[in-house]
Design a binder for this molecule. Sequence first.
Ligand code: SF4
Ligand code: SF4
Length: 412
Amino acid sequence: MFARPAAGLEGTERGTEAQALLRNCVHCGFCLPACPTYRVTGNELDSPRGRIYLIKQMVEGAEATETTRHHLDRCLTCRACERACPSGVEYGRLIDLGRELVEERAPRSLAQRALRRALTRTLSRASLLTAAVRMGQVVRAALPAALRVRIPPRPSRRPTVPATGHARRVVLLEGCVQPGLAPGINAAAVRVLDRLGIAVERIAGEQCCGALGHHLGDAGRALDQARRNVEACCAALDAGAEVIVSSTSACGLMVKDYGRLLASDPAYAARAQRVSAATRDLAEIVDARDLAGAGLLRGTGPGVAWQAPCTLQHGQRLGGRVEPLLEAAGYTLVATREATLCCGSAGTYSLLQPELSGELRRRKVAALVTGRPALVATANIGCLEHLRAASPVPVRHWIELVADALERVPRN
Ligand code: SF4
Ligand code: SF4
């Protein structure tokens, strides 16, 4: 049974929210088999129910310890548990609250804080990361194997981007790690949308969506980045853009959450709500009927194993949206196992929790290649790079596969 928030939290916005969220959990344990970390370690404290218990203890006033932080850190925030929970527990919100409390009450060592700060600052700067990747590609062959697998090979040709001019216009968020690691993805999105009669614009001054800071305990920086993106996106919407499109499911999920994250900021709440409501994943824009209309023939392409990122299927609840698009583009979907299991990428999780992340990747790759696909397709740059480093077959964004297929048929 949940008691009451302890002094200091009782009556506050955070305490009231925690109380409401915690009360929904009836400790039934139905979420345990869905949890990737519980499945690897078998430890109740690495399960959603165990973590909820740790958060409940903190909310009720118990001391936060290294152990509390250790088990909350090991959560992937994949939200598979939310989908398995019959009581509708909003675990994603609870883990955010739990992490805020543990950061305040059991501060990390100086070295840990410095590492997290460095990761947030470096990975959220597109120009810095792109330069580092370019440099890594030049010396890739000479790098130790462990580092080499993290650097994608240099693309054999520069991605082409058409100059599009259509009455329908959308904004494409470029993301911060994607342009450096896989510049072909956004270029492919532009080409596909152009074929569908949609012009693509970029917004000036796009920032990291804020997900990195949000998950690494730098909420202030994350909200600042969100505010700047809200301003830029509102300007684009005012100028006639239909929607904001994301080709990275993790970033799309974060932007769709701006309305909630900035709800208590009177200067931004309404605009953030507007931006969240206008944000779409690419899979919500591309229509299978349009692909069929472009002359693509079903069942003519190679076998593809589809990996639905957690941020797409559990976070944005868009499971089942990409598969018909791949089929309409001619690809044959190959049977896989463990469709709801996280691949272990989870933002910076693969860097901060390498053992668990590596084990989850091993399981996921085995589950994806079970039907002997020629390719693996995904919808998130983090999953793509993480899987690519261990997959025996190429891993690509689904929009690149659709773009390739469209290039093989003449324009109407
Ligand atoms: S989170 Fe949901 S499924 Fe898990 S123990 Fe609580 S009520 Fe049961
Ligand atoms: S978010 Fe994922 S890793 Fe975290 S408790 Fe839920 S199922 Fe487990």
